[in-house]
Design a protein around this ligand. Structure first.
Ligand code: ATP
Length: 236
């Protein structure tokens, strides 16, 4: 099994206090790996560290075996990593189509952009019906689709997704998780950061549990569900 992303003994701090205190994890190529944890555990900080937005203080991050720790964000992204940020950040005054195009800004061939857009519309037929609608006038669930679609427009090898279920109605949460599963089935490796334990584990191959900046448990979904401490904290 090859590794898409490897994190080794990572420490990240904002000011003086460490938020990540030596985390290590592995994201195998082709799989969905999740990082679970409650508010403030350090999940978003892990994503910011990977992307070079908050460079780690110590430790290493490797993408496909190549060290990327502390590199410039645009260089990290150009290797084939895309991020769908928390809170479905869409450009409200731009149409669906314009939002999607922004995700392919590193691609200049119009035919490639068009074929990626067609693929996004195939995954999200609802977006195809709303190509010319301003994203800011769409429902929360539809904005989530635009945000995921934009992430796919760079044809990433690895997709980082930060709390896709946050603030969505249960119906859209379910739909979103189904879509993440389908995206993974198309061959994209997924690293998913979430608080929604049950539905996340249902689509993950492996998971890690983060608490106060440390990995406190890891394993397959079954192993995590059977772990007594994890069970008490998250399934109780
Ligand atoms: P949430 O689910 O609330 O997003 P999280 O697990 O993603 O939680 P982080 O956003 O990584 O957690 O935050 C971890 C800790 O780092 C928190 O205590 C938070 O207050 C702190 N923190 C986050 N961003 C900053 C920042 N820009 N400056 C200083 N401290 C920060």
């Amino acid at each position: 099994m090859t590794s898409s992303l490897t994190i080794e003994n990572l420490y990240t701090a904002y000011d003086k206090a460490d938020v990540l205190e030596g985390i290590s994890l592995e994201v195998p190529t082709g799989q969905v790996t999740c990082l679970l944890g409650s508010n403030g555990a350090g999940k978003t900080t892990t994503i910011r560290s990977i992307l070079g937005l908050t460079p780690p203080r110590d430790g290493r991050i490797l993408f496909e075996g190549q060290e990327i720790t502390g590199r410039a964000t645009h260089k990290i992204i150009s290797l084939g990593i895309a991020c769908i940020p928390e809170g479905r950040k869409v450009f409200p005054k731009l149409t669906t189509e314009e939002n999607l195009r922004l995700g392919a800004y590193q691609e200049s061939r119009e035919a490639t952009i068009r074929s990626r857009m067609d693929e996004v519309y195939e995954i999200f037929p609802r977006l195809a019906e709303r190509r010319q609608q301003l994203a800011g006038t769409m429902s929360g669930g539809e904005q989530a689709m635009v945000s995921i679609g934009r992430g796919l427009m760079s044809a990433p090898k690895l997709l980082l997704i930060d709390e896709p279920s946050l603030g969505l109605s249960p119906l859209y949460v379910k739909e979103n998780f189904n879509i993440i599963k389908r995206i993974n089935e198309r061959g994209i490796t997924v690293f998913l950061v979430e608080q929604n334990v049950r539905q996340t584990l249902a689509i993950s191959h492996r998971g890690y549990v983060l608490s106060k900046g440390r990995v406190v448990a890891s394993g397959t979904p079954t192993e995590l569900q059977q772990n007594e401490e994890v069970h008490a904290a998250y399934f109780g």
